[in-house]
Design a binder for this molecule. Structure first.
Ligand code: AMP
Length: 382
């Protein structure tokens, strides 16, 4: 396409439409600068009646803008259908609706947000950005579960992975930070927040990730258990007479750091504070958490054929020097050495926290999923 034929995309609205809330950010993409952000809460529960009403509130908050060029939407699940972000049209919406079974809680709200934008911002193009898309380059040996293949064929049971928008953002940021072409970049990206996942990135593409069919798998998280023997789940269900829905709640909302430490929500700050006071449960929770992260980093270093860097991001990765130290101090076998001073002073900003002679640099890079969505929106439409 010639330059003249391309539409100039300047103002991009990013919408993250959840079941009861709608978050938004407005970007000026010429400067990649955020102009506004906000949140509409209690949709269908005392606040706006639905996503369309919530969006009207957003339009009001933004002062009735007439210059929005495009809207980018966070969508939970693209399954194997969407391997990249996509401009929304009727056929795309129809395909998305078939994927609701992969995210019955989130997908209807995500799609409701798109439909509300189509109604309210008439003629403004929408782009769907999927949390799973970045991981679609995983080879079968990493993505498939060793069960009867009929469950993959009939039901799509396989590893999809999540946080893809964040892993993609820090992968691009790492290429820039390290001065290496994306196509030659081998890294392990660690998104460590309330929900957490790792990705193994080889030649700039995802080759493995720690979350699975759902976000339950992999690391120990705020309230999710991460990897667990499936037979343990069956034993608990049988012994306690739990339904699948009750077991789902136990594993996703009542496990992880919260269950081990006793800290409600499994907030890393509170757990570190309790551990510093000598609380044994908090100490164990931290060690279990750090052990699992280090274990995955070791595995993924092998998977990418030797990493150029280990990237830490997310609320914990960007801010918690203590949690980072507990992970990095376990990586001695990889020749990784922590620079304690650099680690202590790095918070919420990019920085190297390993020593000069560390065999693999450890780099903190703040993530920005909303900006990634805005960038993808611009890339697809611009
Ligand atoms: P996220 O889900 O990415 O927002 O990350 C939330 C997690 O980051 C929580 O466990 C917080 O305790 C943790 N976190 C955020 N800020 C800090 C901080 N300054 N120090 C330690 N942990 C933090």
């Amino acid at each position: 396409m010639s330059k003249a034929a391309k539409k100039k995309i300047r103002k991009v609205l990013v919408v993250n439409s959840g079941s009861s809330s709608l978050k938004y950010q407005l970007f000026d993409m010429e400067k990649e600068e955020r102009l506004a952000k906000g949140l509409v809460e209690r949709i269908g529960a005392g606040g706006p009646a639905n996503h369309s009403e919530a969006l009207k509130k957003v339009v009001e908050d933004l002062g009735n803008p007439k210059d929005i060029d495009a809207i980018g939407h966070r969508v939970l699940h693209g399954a194997e259908v969407f391997k990249d972000s996509v401009k929304v049209d009727k056929a795309v919406m129809a395909k998305c609706k078939k994927l609701v079974k992969f995210g019955p809680l989130h997908m209807p709200a995500n799609l409701g947000g798109i439909e509300a934008c189509q109604q309210i911002f008439k003629g403004v193009p929408n782009v769907a950005v999927f949390d799973t898309a970045f991981h679609q380059t995983m080879p079968d040996c990493a993505a498939l579960y060793a069960i009867d293949p009929k469950y993959y064929k009939k039901m799509g049971i396989r590893k999809y992975g999540f946080h893809g928008t964040s892993h993609k953002f820090v992968t691009q940021a790492a290429a820039e930070f390290l001065g290496k072409p994306l196509a030659k970049l081998n890294i392990v990206t660690c998104h460590l927040g309330n929900g957490s996942s790792l990705a193994a990135v080889k030649n700039g593409q995802c080759v493995d990730t720690s979350m699975g069919l759902t976000p339950l798998a992999g690391l120990v998280m705020g309230t999710r258990c991460g990897d667990i023997d499936g037979a343990a789940i069956l034993s608990i269900m049988e012994a306690e007479g739990l339904t699948p829905a009750q077991m789902d709640t136990l594993l996703n909302k009542k496990s992880g750091l919260q269950a081990v430490s006793g800290v409600n929500g499994g907030d890393m700050r509170d757990i570190c504070a309790n551990a510093a006071k000598g609380d044994k449960a908090a100490e164990l929770a931290l060690e279990m958490w750090a052990y699992r992260v280090a274990f995955y980093i070791g595995g993924y270093n092998t998977v990418v054929g030797g990493a150029d860097a280990i990237i830490l991001t997310g609320g914990i990765g960007e801010n918690s020097a203590e949690a980072r130290e507990r992970v990095v101090s376990r990586l001695g076998a990889l020749g990784v050495k922590l620079d304690k001073k650099a680690n202590a002073k790095t918070r919420g900003a990019a920085g190297v926290i390993s020593t000069k002679d560390s065999k693999i640099p450890v780099v903190v890079l703040p993530t920005n999923e909303e900006l990634m969505i805005a960038k993808d929106t611009t890339r697809l439409l611009g």
